[in-house]
Write a protein that binds this ligand. Structure first.
Ligand code: ATP
Length: 334
């Protein structure tokens, strides 16, 4: 079977972008025969950006409940919290010792932080923690610890998968063929959703529409999406519009074409936003009910995560890690 792996960072409340870009396609893919799915809450990654413990805890619960509300079946897939798989940070160290520092210097996220410092006239590494620099190594460990074959990613993540392949290849070259080289599964048809301000919707930008915001909040947020000042009756460019891009992610092909025509015919922004709200709410409402029921029982979510971590370690992680320890010359602890 093919192993497919998807993680979401526990850095905040899950949003429409996480749903359209990761959760919805991943849950659909888990029902494909011959696919073994791994879903994890990337809480070690969250520590790179979030230093509020309550935020990490709340986000973990929210994201877990979101996966479950959206149809993930915890007894048919591997579903776990990254930090409970103690093999991951251990493997990350092994990979750190084969990773070229020069390769990490070129990672997009690190380079962007350096460029920002330079532009602001700061020392280039000012306020950059080593976690951000090492992030691609931890991500490689997430993938390689379970020898996942395929990682569905947006274009911005391709580089990280290439790095994981590079570290795996070096390790294999030095210590024997332990790792399958993972592949990026580029989701061409999955859109990157814009946030309220037009930038990519992201927990880090504070520009998100939370997936399970109460109905009234959802409506208010949708009405606050930034648009241009074209008046009702004036033709609007659908492809340049955030409202249209969001609509497209939730509508059928036929509905999308009708909306495109409505934009050309000069639909009023208020009317377009109302249609967007109704479309999203229709899809989300039943999921929101399940989500709220799950959030009322945090102990059950905890139990599912603990059980998931134990099972995936016993089946896949522990024995493999011991074989890697032996391979590099450390004692096998089993
Ligand atoms: P952070 O700001 O903490 O990185 P994020 O909200 O940008 O958070 P991640 O947790 O890093 O998202 O990503 C989880 C998954 O959600 C990834 O598969 C990512 O591609 C997807 N995703 C995130 N934002 C969007 C978006 N705006 N549109 C589509 N997919 C998205």
């Amino acid at each position: 079977s093919t192993r497919v792996l998807t993680g979401i960072t526990t850095s905040g409340t899950p949003h429409l972008g996480n749903y359209v870009g990761a959760i919805r396609p991943a849950v659909a893919a888990s029902r494909t025969p011959g696919v073994e799915s791994f879903y994890f809450l990337a809480d070690l990654h969250a520590l790179i950006k979030v230093t509020e413990p309550e935020r990490v805890q709340r986000s973990t619960l929210e994201i877990a409940a979101t996966w479950l509300a959206c149809g993930l079946e915890p007894d048919k897939v591997w579903f776990y919290r990254q930090s409970e798989i103690v093999e991951i940070p251990e493997l990350a160290w092994f990979l750190t010792c084969v990773a070229g520092k020069g390769i990490l210097n070129r990672a997009h996220a690190y380079k962007a932080a350096v460029d920002k410092n330079r532009a602001e006239g700061e020392d280039e590494d000012a306020a950059i923690n080593a976690g951000l620099f090492m992030y691609p190594v931890l991500m490689a460990a997430d993938i390689l610890v379970f020898n996942a074959h395929q990682v569905p990613v947006g274009r911005d993540q391709i580089q990280h998968i290439e790095m994981a392949r590079d570290f795996a290849q070096r390790f294999n070259h030095l210590y024997g063929e332990h790792f399958v080289l993972p592949e990026a599964l580029i989701e061409e048809h999955v859109a990157t959703l814009p946030g309220l301000d037009g930038r990519k919707m992201s927990k880090s930008y504070d520009n998100t529409i939370p997936l399970f915001a109460p109905r009234e909040t959802l409506k208010k947020l949708i009405y606050s999406i930034v648009t241009d000042s074209r008046a009702p009756g004036e033709a609007k460019d659908a492809d340049a519009s955030n409202v249209f891009q969001l609509y497209q992610a939730f509508a059928s092909g036929a509905e999308t074409e009708r909306m495109r025509q409505a934009f050309a015919d000069g639909i009023a922004w208020g009317e377009a936003k109302q249609a967007l709200f109704e479309r999203i709410d229709a899809e989300i409402s039943p999921l929101r009910e399940r989500y709220e029921a799950l959030m009322a029982k945090p102990a059950e979510i905890e139990a599912i995560l603990r059980d998931g971590a134990q099972r995936v370690r016993r089946t896949h992680g522990m024995a493999f890690m011991q074989s890697l320890r032996s391979a590099v010359g450390l004692r096998d602890l089993s």
